[in-house]
Design a protein. Structure first.
Lengths: 220, 418
């Protein structure tokens, strides 16, 4: 198989298989969670329309908090930077938008290359600092397991290989494109099998907490 | 009570629901909950990071309710859950957690850690890994009627003493009264001035109320230790008393966990809504004040501050009422740093005060409260939970501070217009 044939397979059938596996995995993991159910609360709520507090918490836990910034500045800043950076890279880099358009038929405007380039550098820097902090800070080190470092690695690699690809570094373009696509596919297939699943479940956990507190009259 | 590791694992399994699965699925080990925990902040020992305390429950969830965990179980490569392992976690789930819920406020993915710790204790009880102090308190609550061993006869004697002191006859078993007042053992035995204060306020406001000869104890050790069966039995006593007397509402006294037990957990424990309302004494006092039924006089000018009991503010939603009441009797009320829902726990909630294994750690953690009190600079500390009051007095003595601790209800009673 030539490089071109491999690239054609990876970006064609390879990507289709990846996306099917990822979607199947996400559905299984969400069902596995939701099937456990939640008992109806029989106490009298202060505000019976407590669902709105769940939606509120989904939003408010994304807002910056000065108290958290002061308490854990490294986690706070690197967390914001690399989450926003990843979002911009995935959804606002023009070649990614075109790729998504080919998949689902929807497109939108991208950001200039220099913005994405800067976001990529900042994302990698924030991720490297967060890795250093996970290793050097005693609480993070104590909590961390293999899965935490694995997830960091498979998130970092697509960003790094994408950056090298754009700047024509490392390998010839087609080879680097294959490497980039394989790292992306590793990320996507791993998503439902690892802590990357928080991409979806965070909304559920925030909602459950916000609703439960809201019915007691506490906004969290 | 029969206990075994199998029963424990089964109890863990029964507690795991969709919210818990979403919490474990969402945790990325960022460690932000550590900084919100009283015990981590005063020791800087990472084992006290709240999410770490839930490791046994996470292990059960993974092994029983996830595809990969079940696969690992089948292949025999799962990490074991045995008595030695749970024994190691007893300190983390009991001695170093007051169920204060501060950690639940800071998690970026919204994990309600205290919801899980309360449930994880069910597995610990069923497997025989609860602290002796809490076992004793729960046993006394079930067999005698109170975790401190207070009997109905003792309660009635204390009421009699209070009647003699304040000169007000206190009603028992009044059918169709508006309110049934229940109390915590600490209020009955250690802070019995609460009884007279309530009688004085009720007389002044012309409130229809009663005690019951069937049930007086408001606290619920079953919830603190983590035994829903026993907790339900304790709640049922109050429910039976209230429904037999056909009262409109039960007044939850100045005790944080008692409020959580009767107001929020109770209906879920007995499996049905009540036929009466539950009102916290602070809500009632503020309501009476707003309706003009309580006339207050005299404003204290000495600087006072307020300790918000966790279960009343952060887990109970009562924040403004104590402040409005305090401002109606004081011209110099100041907030502590981190007040309201961000207040730090007294260190003795969630059964910690009944667990002597935790005494040393509890007193060490009081350093945070000392910092808050130093920040407020008040010589009078008001609170509205008898357990907090006990713990605060204990800590203040240990740290050789010159601060008086006062119950808010007594403070209001002292300012009733004669």
């Amino acid at each position: 198989m030539t490089t071109m044939e491999l690239l054609t397979w990876v970006r064609g059938p390879g990507m289709t298989i990846t996306i099917i596996l990822m979607l199947f995995g996400i559905v299984v993991r969400l069902l596995e969670m939701l099937i456990l159910g939640r008992k109806k609360d029989l106490s009298v709520a202060r505000d019976p329309a407590s669902a709105k507090y769940g939606w509120r918490t989904i939003m408010t836990r994304s807002l910056p908090s000065m108290a958290c910034l002061k308490a854990v500045p490294v986690t706070f800043l690197t967390g914001y930077i690399f989450h926003i950076g990843l979002f911009l890279i995935v959804f606002f880099y023009v070649p990614h938008i075109l790729f998504i358009r080919d998949l689902v038929g929807v497109e939108w405007s991208g950001l200039p290359f220099w913005v994405i380039d800067g976001a990529t550098l900042l994302t990698m820097l924030a991720m490297l600092i967060s890795l250093w902090y996970r290793i050097s800070d005693k609480v993070r080190r104590y909590l961390s397991r293999f899965s935490d470092y694995f997830v960091w690695t498979i998130t970092f690699l697509p960003v790094l290989t994408g950056y090298l690809l754009y700047h024509r570094q490392g390998l010839p373009y087609n080879e680097m494109m294959i490497v980039h696509l394989v790292t992306v596919q590793t990320f996507l297939i791993s998503l439902p099998m690892t802590k990357l699943m928080h991409t979806f479940t965070f909304a559920f956990s925030r909602w459950y907490s916000g609703e439960a507190a809201g019915r007691k009259g506490v906004k969290v | 009570m029969t206990t075994s590791i199998q029963l424990g694992i089964e109890a863990f399994k029964q507690q795991i629901d969709a919210p818990i699965a979403s919490f474990f699925n969402s945790c990325v080990h960022c460690g932000m909950c550590a900084g919100a925990c009283l015990f981590y902040e005063t020791t800087h020992d990472p084992k006290y990071t709240p999410i770490n305390k839930l490791e046994p429950m996470r292990r059960v969830w993974k092994q029983e309710y996830t595809f990969w965990g079940r696969l690992a179980n089948t292949l025999g490569i799962s990490k074991p859950i045995n008595d030695a392992y749970l024994d190691e976690w007893q300190e983390l789930l009991y001695d170093s957690c007051t169920l204060c819920g501060r950690c639940s406020l800071v998690c970026p993915v919204g994990i309600d850690l205290v919801y899980m710790i309360r449930k994880a204790r069910e597995g610990m009880v069923a497997s025989g890994h609860a602290p002796e102090g809490l076992k004793g308190a729960t046993s006394r609550a079930i067999t005698i009627g109170s975790p401190m061993g207070v009997t109905m006869s003792t309660f009635k004697k204390q009421v009699q003493h209070a009647e003699d002191e304040c000169g007000i006859k206190m009603p028992f078993d009044i059918q169709d009264a508006d309110y049934l007042l229940i109390m915590s053992s600490a209020e009955i035995m250690q802070f019995s001035e609460f009884i007279g204060a309530m009688a004085k306020i009720f007389k002044h406001a012309d409130v229809s109320w009663t005690f019951s000869s069937e049930a007086f104890e408001a606290t619920n050790s079953g919830i603190q230790i983590g035994s829903s069966d026993l907790a339900a039995e304790l709640v049922q006593r109050v429910v039976d008393a209230a429904e037999n007397l056909n009262v409109k509402a039960v007044i939850s006294p100045e005790c944080g966990h008692a409020y959580t037990a009767i107001r929020w957990d109770g209906p879920n424990l007995i499996g049905r809504p009540y036929k009466f309302d539950v009102i916290h004494v602070l809500e009632l006092l503020d309501q009476l004040r707003q309706e003009g039924k309580i006339q207050l006089e005299g404003l204290d000018t000495n600087k006072i501050t307020f300790h918000d009991p966790c279960q009343i503010v952060r887990r109970g939603g009562i924040t403004q009422e104590p402040r409005d009441l305090l401002n109606s009797v004081s011209s110099n009320f100041v907030e502590m740093p981190c007040s309201g829902k961000w207040n730090w726990c007294c260190g003795g909630g969630g059964g910690v005060s009944a667990n002597s294994d935790a005494d040393e750690l509890r007193l060490k953690s009081f350093a945070i409260k000392k910092g808050q009190l130093d920040g407020a600079g008040a010589k009078t500390l008001v609170t509205s939970c008898s357990n907090c009051r006990n713990m605060l007095e204990d800590g203040i003595e240990e740290y050789e501070m010159d601060i008086e601790v006062v119950g808010l209800t007594e403070l209001i009673a002292d300012h009733i217009k004669e």
